[in-house]
Unconditional design. Structure first.
Length: 285
């Protein structure tokens, strides 16, 4: 890809990610509950996956040969829903019904009700196990689809995660790529103070995974890591993405308190204004 095309692609990613972040704020605000911090931190990763990397068809969500995605940190459903809506899996207008009693958009992803959701998740640690199973099934069925998963760094405190990672390496699942949303914060504070999983890269390598480090808000680095993952044979790939919790909204950034809190109207208005301002700057560039 030449430099001009890459520049244009990155600009489109920035626009799309900002729109997704606006959806996240509106979803959680209208629900009166939810998880904005981690949803905002993983937005750029989801943007590249769904608008560049993954082979999916919004018109046929259950297409047998589609790539699969598992949101292992299921509490960040607002980010996944916003991305799926922008991709065309369901109407954007439905996003504001998140967590409402009569809505199909539950607080955690439900594959039975939400088009585009490949696995129901919520209990931390289980999503990556499901992703390993999907990847193993693909190998056994001689399918070409790839499986992607996204974990939270606090989620690494779950023992089931490490059982899944061990199994993925054992079965040489090179059709599996996992992202770690490495923002350093969880509901109770810093991951290093609650129950430190560090140094995560060393642990992943010890469990037999290829490890790639990226800035989780740098689209070029994310694309390059995914390209490298496709070339990797004989082992699964873990992309450790250093991110900022609450990314894109100044007063939410690096604040553990926004892990699971909804903004009030004043905070919602302020967040949307910041994101709109950023969108306006992108239009001028």
């Amino acid at each position: 890809m030449d430099k001009q095309k890459l520049k244009e692609l990155v600009k489109e990613f920035r626009k799309k990610a900002t729109i997704i972040r606006k959806h996240i704020i509106e979803e959680v605000y209208n629900a009166g509950s939810g998880h904005p911090g981690g949803s905002l931190s993983c937005t750029d990763i989801l943007t590249v996956l769904y608008f560049h990397e993954m082979n999916v068809d919004p018109g046929n969500p259950r297409w047998e040969d589609r790539d699969r995605f598992v949101l292992s940190k299921g509490h960040c459903a607002p980010a996944l829903y916003a991305t799926l809506a922008e991709k065309g899996f369901f109407p954007r207008e439905d996003l504001v019904t998140l967590r409402h009693a009569d809505s199909y958009l539950e607080g955690h992803p439900n594959m039975n009700t939400v088009p585009g959701v490949d696995m129901s998740t919520g209990s931390l640690g289980q999503g990556i196990s499901a992703a390993v199973g999907m990847a193993l099934a693909g190998k056994l069925d001689r399918k070409d689809y790839r499986v992607y998963a996204l974990l939270g760094d606090g989620e690494l405190q779950e023992g089931q995660v490490w059982e899944a990672l061990m199994a993925a390496a054992h079965y040489k699942l090179d059709n599996l790529v996992a992202f770690l949303d490495h923002n350093g914060l969880q509901i109770d504070g810093k991951i290093t103070e609650v129950m430190s999983p560090e140094v995560v890269e060393d642990k992943f390598r010890a469990f037999g995974w290829k490890v790639i480090n990226v800035n989780g808000h740098d689209y070029v680095q994310i694309m390059e890591a995914l390209a490298e993952a496709r070339k990797t044979k004989g082992k699964p790939v873990m992309i450790v993405a250093d991110t900022i919790k609450g990314k894109g909204v100044s007063f939410m950034e690096n604040a553990a308190g926004w892990h699971g809190s909804a903004p009030n109207k004043e905070q919602r208005d302020r967040a949307i204004a910041e994101l709109d301002e950023y969108l306006s700057k992108l239009e001028v560039e």
